[in-house]
Design a protein around this ligand. Sequence first.
Ligand code: PGA
Length: 229
Amino acid sequence: MKYFIANWKARKTYAQSIHWIHQFYHLLEQNTRVQAALENKEISVIICPAAPFLISLEQQREHTLGIYWGVQDISFKTEGSYTGEIPATMYQDIAHYAIIGHSERRNYFSETELLIKTKIALAIQAQLQPILCIRSPDDIFYPEVPMVAYEHTNAIGTGNNVPVEEVLNFKSQLSLTTSHKFIYGGSVTGQNSNIYLDTDQIDGLLIGGASLDPNTFFTLVAQFVAKRP
Ligand code: PGA
């Protein structure tokens, strides 16, 4: 199983988000190989839009097998008097995954390890699968997370994707079990995606810029599926 995680970040209006979903399904309707790969659990697509649009986007979903919603962050608080916060429990019937500790949250919003550890626990309690992002060996790997994404800050949005050998070297420094899923993210494009996906050491990709256009994202997924026997 390979995971394709689309992280739109703080981008797209409501109309643009709806358009993305419609275009993605339009492309999917025409591609029976991608449909079969989703249904046979060869691939899984996780779409992480802006939180306010999740419900409306869910209502546009035509085909559910193998396509899931993720959130880009959750609050470190539970339900309560926390103005402006969105606790994990509010997503639990809609989303399946929660990105936690993305480098942009660590770098711009001063997220600490304590906060990240708290968010992981709250996500798991709310039945959201955490996707823990780690920038370097200095960030803590929490073994209870099922999915860990290696995202070096210098590789994000810069065009400087990390060579696959370095990604695998980083992976070897984590104490992963066979049940952990290991994801790579950072300047993934349709030109370099298969370099990562060709190794069975990497279970999927976390894709920012190349997920913003539904055609680009779908092509990246479809070209992986087309290569399979
Ligand atoms: P990028 O972003 O693909 O635009 O580099 C990846 C990420 O930050 O998740």
